[in-house]
Design a protein around this ligand. Structure first.
Ligand code: SAM
Ligand code: DTB
Ligand code: SF4
Length: 348
């Protein structure tokens, strides 16, 4: 991402207090600010669409308390081995035909093993050859692994912070916040785009939501993609039964993410299955411009494809066809996306 010193929108020094103050704005003021910035960088009628596939399911040695794939908890997920390349490509072809622009492959690993790298690189090459953008989420990476994935053509690597540093130990004990930040810098150094966000609705407080977003925005470069997941409560996981997050607080979280990282795609990620159409519409207004599309996330349900198509049609929104390049600076307004009909609003 090109950042110009004159661009006041793109900042990397947010204090916890500033972010907390955004959360506390009157709801309409917050959404107005977020939507205004959204229109400066994106066409609000377009949504980026990714399809997920679990290429290696369950039996994970990590103890992430939200996750149905952890071997520490007794859930209905059955562990399986890494998929064969051809089976993955079959799913990728179907995703492409359904209209996805990016194919995200997830593995329930702490980190990839060396013996799996040739299979992973063959998957990346095959998916790329279909004309799809590629994304993987495989856990922690070494420098060498990050470079190998990049060389195979991996566009994005997803690795989430999940929550604030302060709340992190309540959620995961088998790897540290520092481990996550280290993997993110390896991904960046290898030249891949970063997809990094977290989960809300895990019993954290507003300070934790603000803290997580501040950490994301204060990274040396903003992640190009910021998935905001609403916890999907799964039977058998320790977070089953957590007090659900108020939906308007979820919308606020999306709006604050948009304000902090105006040129990034903010993904309305897991949790849409239990979300009303009205809340999703508010999320799009607040700055969400990316979704997971397809009836399954990794192991849990996502809205039916025809339901999503109907919702987007009702809202006058459409799938983004091709990823739009970021333009170099245009005067004081900073970077914006090159696309017909983009509306450049006055500064706030
Ligand atoms: N094992 C790798 C890792 O953790 O980095 C990749 C797969 S992991 C399932 C990817 C992300 O899915 C997690 O970081 C978490 O943010 C999200 N996730 C997992 N279970 C979830 C749930 N029940 N609700 C919402 N998001 C969830
Ligand atoms: C992300 O932030 N959310 C996706 C993706 N990255 C890999 C995963 C959501 C998983 C939800 C629970 C499941 O389906 O197992
Ligand atoms: Fe394993 Fe990833 Fe689930 Fe954590 S989130 S238990 S690392 S699959």
């Amino acid at each position: 991402m090109t950042v110009h010193p004159a661009n006041q929108d793109i900042r990397h020094h947010w204090s916890a207090e500033e972010v907390r103050a955004l959360f506390e704005l009157p709801f309409h003021e917050l959404l107005y600010r977020a939507h205004t910035l959204h229109r400066r960088y994106f066409d609000p009628a377009q949504v980026q669409v990714s399809t997920l596939l679990s290429i290696k399911t369950g039996g994970c040695p990590e103890d992430c308390k939200y996750c149905p794939q952890s071997a520490h908890f007794n859930t209905e997920v059955k562990a399986s081995k890494l998929m064969q390349v051809e089976a993955v490509l079959k799913e990728a072809r179907a995703a492409k035909e359904a209209g996805a622009g990016r194919f995200c492959m997830g593995a329930a690993w702490r980190e990839p093993k060396e013996r799996d790298m040739p299979t992973l690189t063959a998957m990346i090459e095959g998916v790329k050859a279909l004309g799809l953008e590629t994304c993987m989420t495989l856990g922690m990476l070494t420098d060498d692994q990050a470079h190998t994935l990049k060389e195979a053509g991996l566009d994005y690597y997803n690795h989430n912070l999940d929550t604030s540093e302060a709340y992190y130990e309540e959620i995961i004990t088998t790897r540290t916040y520092r481990d996550r930040l280290d993997t993110l810098s390896r991904v960046r150094d290898a030249g891949m785009k970063v997809c990094c966000g977290g989960i809300v609705g895990m019993g954290e407080g507003r300070d934790d939501r603000a803290g997580m977003l501040a950490t994301l925005a204060n990274l040396p470069e903003h992640p190009e993609s910021v998935p905001i997941n609403l916890l999907v409560q799964v039977e058998g996981t320790p977070l089953e039964g957590t007090e659900p997050l108020d939906e308007l607080e979820f919308v606020r979280t999306i709006a604050v993410a948009r304000i902090l990282m105006p040129a990034s795609y903010v993904r309305l990620s897991a949790g849409r299955e239990s979300m009303s159409e009205s809340t999703q519409a508010l999320c799009f207004f607040a700055g969400a411009n990316s979704i997971f599309y397809g009836e399954k996330l990794l192991t849990t349900p996502n809205p039916q494809e025809n339901k999503d198509r109907a919702l987007l049609a009702k809202l006058g929104m459409e799938f983004e066809s091709t990823p739009s390049p970021t333009l170099p600076l245009k005067g004081e307004g900073g970077e914006r996306r090159e696309r017909e009909g983009v509306c450049v609003m006055p500064s706030l």
